[in-house]
Design a protein around this ligand. Structure first.
Ligand SMILES: C[S@@+](CC[C@H](N)C(=O)[O-])C[C@H]1O[C@@H](n2cnc3c(N)ncnc32)[C@H](O)[C@@H]1O
Length: 200
């Protein structure tokens, strides 16, 4: 049976974490802004290079690993990139805490954990519910960029996106090249770009 005191402490910690994330995002995004969001940004190689090449775009990288986020922050500080922030958060918590005046222009999902066993597929980030949640915060013309070295995950994701009411796969070239840590270990990879469907 659950210990009610520990459960209450856990719930209080979670509420405090959500509150802190909300305040941080309001501070980082004080006015109506379109953001570039990288989910599971790891050490931040991709987004640091992207932010340097797009100084007019606000870039936010999110990861559940605090060590990886700290590495990203060091990259940002060394390069003095004021349009880049790395945030320790879970992807869905980030979406829930995003201020109403912020909208997503692009989301990058690069080499996410493939969870190869069928019984673990439910842990994959690219799921219909996640796509719907991103679409709710995505601006007109928003794009989602997905890259993986795991071919079965790529094929499954194509099917998930093709069947989704909010997104459609676009014949777009990959928008920006910068090798990530996991990409450097991958002999071959597959990429797709999806666009938010008009009218949604
Ligand atoms: C396989 S690594 C890829 C890292 C980086 N994108 C790269 O290509 O080198 C997956 C990353 O996603 C992060 N991650 C996994 N689930 C996440 C979630 N729900 N929200 C945020 N980050 C997540 C992990 O901590 C890890 O850093």
């Amino acid at each position: 049976m659950d210990n009610p005191i520990r459960t209450a402490e856990h719930l209080a910690r979670m509420a405090k974490r959500r509150e802190d994330l909300t305040s941080l995002l309001v501070q980082l995004i004080p006015a109506a802004t379109s953001i570039i969001w990288e989910v599971g940004c790891g050490h931040g190689h991709f987004l640091a290079a992207y932010a340097a090449a797009h100084p007019d775009q606000l870039c936010l990288g999110v990861d559940i690993s605090i060590d990886r986020i700290r590495r990203g922050q060091r990259k940002r500080d060394r390069a003095k990139l004021v349009n880049l922030h790395f945030i320790h958060a879970e992807a869905r918590d980030f979406l829930d805490a995003l201020p109403a005046h912020a909208s997503i222009a692009s989301v990058f999902i690069l080499f996410p954990d493939p969870w190869p066993k069928r019984r673990h597929h439910k842990n994959r980030i690219l799921q219909p519910e996640f796509l719907a949640a991103v679409a709710q915060r995505a601006g007109q013309g928003a794009q989602l960029h997905f890259r993986t070295d795991h071919e079965p995950y790529f094929r499954d994701s194509e099917l998930v996106i093709q069947a989704h009411p909010d997104w459609k796969i676009l014949p777009e070239p990959w928008p920006f090249e910068q090798e990530t840590v996991f990409q450097s270990l991958a002999p071959i990879h597959h990429s797709l770009t999806a666009g938010r469907r008009v009218g949604h």
